[in-house]
Design a protein around this ligand. Structure first.
Ligand code: FES
Length: 108
C-alpha cells in the first residue's frame, strides 16, 4: 500500500469553502468538501496563474477567480471555458478526523 501523507483535518474544510494546503513534495493543493465527502486537486488553475481556493465552490464545481473557467472537483475535468486541460486530482483517504493523500511515487 502506498504511503499516506496527512494534509489537514476534516474540521479544517467546510462545504463550499476550499482549503489551500502546501504539503512537502507536492505542488500547492486544494482540499474540498462536497456532500460530506472530501476531494483534493492541484490548487493552480491549468489556464493561468490563479489559485482555485481563491475562487468559488458551488455544487461540486470550483470556479477559478480569473476568467470564469471552472472544474469538476471530483474528476478534475474542465466545465467552463477557457479551462480546457483537466486539473490533477488525488486519491483521498479519511482516517478519523485526518485527511490523507497517497505519497507521490514516480508521479508525473
Ligand atoms: S487562470 Fe483560471 S480560468 Fe484563467
Amino acid at each position: 500500500m502506498a504511503d499516506l501523507v496527512k494534509i489537514c483535518q476534516k474540521s479544517d474544510v467546510s462545504e463550499d469553502e476550499p482549503l489551500a494546503v502546501n504539503p512537502a513534495d507536492f505542488p500547492a493543493l486544494a482540499v474540498y468538501q462536497v456532500d460530506g465527502d472530501y476531494f483534493v486537486t492541484d490548487n493552480l488553475c491549468t489556464h493561468g496563474n490563479a489559485l482555485l481556493t481563491d475562487g468559488y465552490q458551488e455544487e461540486g464545481v470550483i470556479e477559478c477567480p480569473f476568467h470564469g473557467g471552472a472544474f469538476n472537483i471530483k474528476t478534475g475535468e474542465p466545465t467552463a471555458f477557457p479551462c480546457q486541460v483537466p486539473v490533477k486530482t488525488y486519491n483521498v483517504v479519511v482516517k478519523g478526523d485526518d485527511i490523507l493523500i497517497e505519497k507521490a511515487i514516480n508521479d508525473s
